[in-house]
Design a protein around this ligand. Structure first.
Ligand SMILES: Cc1cc2nc3c(=O)[nH]c(=O)nc-3n(C[C@H](O)[C@H](O)[C@H](O)COP(=O)(O)O)c2cc1C
Length: 353
């Protein structure tokens, strides 16, 4: 009872502070990234201070989910979109059942020019449009971060998202990471292959060659016995998604994540060349939910494959509906930056089902 009240109070405070920060530092000139940089610094300070205890919520024992050989303490997991330890640590404190690092590419890249991330209205909801362009520190600088005791101590699954601009790049990033994590005394890592990249001018995927995808997953499977998730784009049609499922269903210990951000033209959500450096970007948030549910139903009725339902998940009702329709886990990004204290509240409601 006390914990629910505490989560509700923190949720109110968080949303008020977030709105104030956006109004004060991200409106003129309009650039949400400025608010994110400020918010990350504030969060880092909080997570280093004794105040972090305020964020601590235990996960009820009866909502664990097993996917292949991994046990997630809750079906709520963080989608791949951040890699700073303070954020990943905070979400675990709050009660997320597993985390996923932001996609890693081989070579360091700054991503696209700013402004490249904005808060927008879509379908009557607040949403985020980003054209970050997969900024990455590169695999060499990522490796030493993986064995992070603060994160590993929670003993919850940790996903590593692999990206690439070619078959060879995916394979080389994967091999370097796999060699490294085999030296770490922690058995709950899994891999996610990010095959979509909506942050280009035309929204084309980095990899939409399914024959190569199949070859790649088989290569990964031969190298590692850890779970492999393939994350598809919501821009993929039913047939394309089912083809990916057909490939996965013949390869052991795989799962599908539906999905990434959805490509939208910047002008369609009220942005101009002054407020967004690319012609379009990846939309995230509540507007994606109906497609996520539709895809979960489609996959669950055709394949016996673990599904991570990502895209627009923002409430207990969403999580319950997705699980009832066949999802094993629900991934979240936008909710974690807009109202993270929903996590303990959703966990508590799930434990009473
Ligand atoms: C700022 C931002 C950065 C993202 N970066 C990645 C990424 O590196 N790799 C990836 O697979 N997905 C990335 N995503 C997509 C999210 O993981 C998630 O699939 C998407 O936002 C839909 O979920 P949501 O509606 O809960 O936000 C990013 C999303 C946002 C908003």
């Amino acid at each position: 009872m006390f914990n629910k009240l505490r989560a509700r109070m923190l949720s109110l405070q968080f949303r008020a502070i977030r709105r104030a920060v956006i109004i004060l530092i991200a409106k003129i000139p309009k650039d949400l990234e400025r608010a994110i940089i400020f918010g990350d610094a504030l969060n880092h300070f909080l997570m280093m201070s004794p105040f972090r205890q305020l964020f601590k919520f235990s996960i009820p024992k009866n909502i664990k989910v097993k996917v292949h050989d991994l046990t997630f303490d809750s079906p709520l997991i963080s989608a791949s979109f951040k890699d700073d330890v303070s954020s990943l640590f905070q979400w675990q404190l709050i009660g997320i059942g597993g985390i996923t690092y932001k996609t890693v590419l081989r070579i360091p890249s700054e991503g696209n020019l700013r402004p490249r991330i904005q808060e927008v209205k879509h379908g009557g909801n607040y949403a985020i449009l980003n054209s970050l362009g997969l900024p990455t520190k590169g695999v060499i600088r990522f490796l030493p971060k993986i064995n992070n005791k603060k994160l590993i101590r929670f003993n919850r699954p940790i996903g590593i998202s692999i990206g690439g601009n070619s078959f060879e790049e995916y394979l080389s990033v994967f091999s370097e990471i796999d060699d490294h994590i085999n030296t770490i005394d922690f058995s709950k890592f899994f891999y996610e292959i990010n095959i979509s990249c909506p942050n280009t001018d035309d929204g084309k995927c980095l990899s939409d060659d399914l024959e190569s995808l199949k070859k790649l997953i088989i290569k990964f499977r031969n190298i590692s016995s850890r779970m492999i998730v393939v994350k598809v784009s919501p821009d993929s049609n039913n047939e394309e998604v089912l083809k990916v499922c057909a490939i996965l269903s013949n390869i052991p210990k795989t799962a599908i994540n539906i999905g990434n951000t959805k490509y939208v033209k910047a002008s369609d959500v009220g942005l101009s060349s002054k407020t967004f450096s690319k012609k379009g970007g990846g939309l995230s948030g509540k507007s994606l939910y109906s497609n996520t549910l539709k895809m979960v139903k489609l996959i669950a009725s055709n394949y016996d494959l673990p599904i991570i339902a990502t895209g627009g998940v923002s409430s207990y009702d969403n999580v319950k509906e997705l699980i009832d329709n066949g999802a094993s886990l629900t991934g979240m990004a936008t909710l974690l930056v807009s109202d993270p204290f929903q996590i303990p509240l959703i966990n508590y409601r799930l434990s009473n089902d």
